[in-house]
Design a protein around this ligand. Structure first.
Ligand SMILES: [Zn+2]
Length: 178
């Protein structure tokens, strides 16, 4: 696995160090890294002096060979044509921060079309003036519901939609070429 050296500054006590992080992640070979991303621990560092949590970010490529997708976290204008050529059967996505990376992994592992889920999130956001962000949470196959986490200023909440909403959008989306 490729590593990168990240410079860390603690805002609270000004402790300064460098830490090794991962710039290329293959979850089938290193499932613990996938787990760290999902637990939102991958891009954080705890200051050994004052225990402040420092978050950092650097470009990173996540290549899932089981579900056939590649997620690049970094500059949203990145040219992915070389990746597309090299991995023609993989979905290629770009995200800009660790939270979006986590969400994209979950959506693609669960087999969803992320663009349709994004459209649903936009719709849900318009219906709730107080919500700051909405993230895909998971899929409940028993009740056929898709769960989202709604983040408010000091709080969060889980809300679900029925899978049929997604299915009908997917069907319409295909017809309209969205
Ligand atoms: Zn510190």
């Amino acid at each position: 696995m490729r590593n990168t050296l990240v410079e860390i500054y603690c805002r609270k006590c000004l402790y300064h160090t460098h830490v090794k992080s991962h710039s290329f992640i293959k979850p089938d070979l290193e499932p613990r890294l996938r787990q760290k991303i999902l637990e939102e621990r991958m891009f954080t560092f705890v200051c050994p002096i004052c225990y402040e949590e420092v978050t950092f970010i650097h470009p990173c490529l996540y290549h899932d060979t089981k579900y056939h997708f590649i997620i690049y976290m970094g500059d949203e204008t990145k040219d992915t044509s070389a990746l597309e050529k090299q991995f023609p059967t993989s979905k290629i996505r770009i995200v800009s921060n660790p939270k979006q990376l986590k969400e994209m992994i979950l959506m693609l592992e669960d087999g969803f079309d992320d663009q349709i889920l994004h459209a649903i999130k936009q719709r849900l956001k318009r219906q709730d003036v107080h919500v700051q962000e909405i993230y895909y949470h998971d899929y409940d196959s028993f009740s056929k519901t898709i769960w989202f986490c709604f983040q408010y200023k000091d709080d969060f909440n889980f809300k679900a939609i029925h899978e049929n909403v997604y299915r009908s959008l997917l069907r319409d989306g295909k017809g309209d070429g969205i």
